[in-house]
Design a protein around this ligand. Structure first.
Ligand SMILES: [Zn+2]
Length: 218
């Protein structure tokens, strides 16, 4: 009997690990005036007059809006997921939170993309409050993102804190950079998934997750 075995190694796209570039990046934060000046430049670049009445306060408003759009940079997932409930009367089955709405911005065009996230996991050492999962989605959505990275980051954050037996994340989203420019594919949706633990090992679990996500609402 040969000791050499050909192992099937799944091809996994390498994604930046949680906490890699974005969290370590510490540039000098520009002042509000500098941010507003940059937006005035973009208005000129678009072909309009930043000093006309309708646009004169726009740089200030856009700079303020950016604080909201990108507030996920200042947040720590382990603080959101710090409280784990261990008393669940032996509950072992899948916990699924579906239809978590989110709004994000693609890192290639800074155009919005938005949709719904669905998270399923099999608890091991405990469960978290359901609203915490929605906050984790929001934390990663409020950064410059790709849908693939965001899907992996959500799975990793939950995996590292909850250490579940398995975690599945499905994100469906519409990208305005696809709808408004380039190929202009109106209404097309992009789906991304991450399966970890028993979801990765057992395709039947992936089917069960997907069926529960797509089953009619109550
Ligand atoms: Zn884009």
């Amino acid at each position: 009997m040969s000791h050499e075995r050909l192992q099937m190694i799944p091809v996994v796209k390498s994604l930046p690990a949680e906490g890699s570039s974005a969290d370590k990046f510490r540039a000098r934060k520009p002042s509000q005036a500098e941010a507003e000046a940059a937006i005035r430049t973009l208005i000129l670049w678009a072909g309009d007059d930043p000093s006309r009445e309708g646009l004169v306060d726009t740089p200030r408003r856009v700079a303020e809006a950016f604080r909201e759009y990108f507030k996920g940079y200042g947040e720590d997932p382990s603080e959101i997921l710090d409280r784990v409930f261990e008393e669940v009367e032996g509950y072992q089955d899948m916990i699924l939170v579906r239809d978590i709405p989110f709004h994000s911005h693609c890192e290639h065009h800074m155009a919005p993309f938005f949709g719904k996230a669905h998270i399923g996991y099999y608890p091991a050492k405990g469960v978290v409050g359901l609203s915490k999962l929605a906050r984790i989605v929001d934390l990663y959505a409020r950064r410059l993102q790709t849908q693939e990275t965001m899907t992996a980051q959500i799975a990793t954050a939950i995996e590292e804190t909850l250490e579940p037996r398995g975690i599945a994340v499905l994100i469906e989203a519409e990208h305005m950079c696809m709808t408004m420019r380039g190929v202009q594919k109106q209404g097309s949706t992009t789906l991304t998934t991450q399966y970890r633990g028993l979801f990765r090992d057992d395709p039947a679990e992936q089917v069960r997750f997907f069926t529960m996500v797509k089953s009619p609402g109550l």
